[in-house]
Design a protein around this ligand. Structure first.
Ligand code: ADP
Length: 234
């Protein structure tokens, strides 16, 4: 998938739209928060003060989501830290295991160069990997024919890059989907946002990396993530 100037413009626009929406949503949330606090004594009188607490904590959660979203969509420079790729992938597998189990897929991880380290913004790269693993699980789940779902994650050295691959045997993609999957707001899912991969694309690019996709309809998909490596030990 080649990056085009058009895609760049759209990514920049996505950041601006996100900031504007977040701002517009935050204001009403702040006033709702204030009024709920005013209602607190009345709810207490009728023994329903826990309703106020639920509303307040849900408002705070919505604010957190907006904050996270703003963080991920604005083109911030990565806060880099040296991390062994093996650690990173093992943590991703651990985090994804329960959802994988629920969606009927097996997760496998193979590290070919255990000493490989990358300088990355850990939060951002975790977000990318979780996104791609979650998409893989969705693709397996959507096949829904009882086929044993399987996701293979691997890491190896490839030229000056650490190459992380994430392969699934899910539903795969047709040409149209393949051509558009990095577009902001492009989704084929009923409850999708279409933001995961466009944000991932930008994060990898900001790390000086490359993201590539291979997919065959009804067979599966492989994501290849190349990140410049900082060190190989052992
Ligand atoms: P969302 O998951 O909200 O739809 P994404 O940007 O993460 O947004 O993905 C965009 C689209 O790319 C998905 O709706 C799906 O059609 C396609 N896609 C992504 N990963 C896969 C995959 N592993 N297998 C099949 N299709 C995929």
């Amino acid at each position: 998938i080649e990056q085009t100037a058009f895609q760049n413009d759209k990514l920049a626009m996505l950041g601006q739209i996100a900031a504007a929406i977040a701002h517009e949503i935050r204001n009403p949330l702040t006033s709702i928060r204030g009024f709920i606090q005013l209602l607190h004594p009345y709810l207490k009188e009728i023994g329903k003060q826990e309703y106020a607490n639920i509303i307040l904590s849900e408002i705070d959660r919505a604010n957190d989501i907006i904050f996270e979203f703003l963080n991920s969509s604005k083109p911030s420079a990565p806060m880099k830290q040296n991390v062994p790729v093996a650690h990173l992938l093992k943590e991703m597998i651990l985090l994804s295991e329960s959802e994988a189990h629920m969606k009927g897929c097996e997760l496998h991880c193979e590290i070919f160069d255990p000493g490989l380290t990358v300088a990355i913004d850990v939060k951002q790269i975790k977000q990318v990997l979780l996104n791609i693993i979650k998409n893989a699980m969705d693709a397996i789940y959507e096949v829904g024919d009882g086929r044993r779902g399987r996701i293979d994650v691997s890491a190896r050295r490839e030229g000056k890059y650490a190459l992380i691959t994430i392969r699934d045997n899910g539903k795969g993609m047709d040409r149209t989907t393949l051509g558009r999957l990095f577009d902001p707001f492009f989704t084929t899912k009923e409850a999708g946002t279409g933001l995961g991969l466009s944000v991932s694309y930008r994060i990898i690019r900001n790390h000086g990396g490359i993201i590539h996709v291979d997919s065959h309809l009804n067979e599966g998909t492989e994501f290849l993530i190349y990140l410049p490596y900082t060190d190989v030990k052992g």
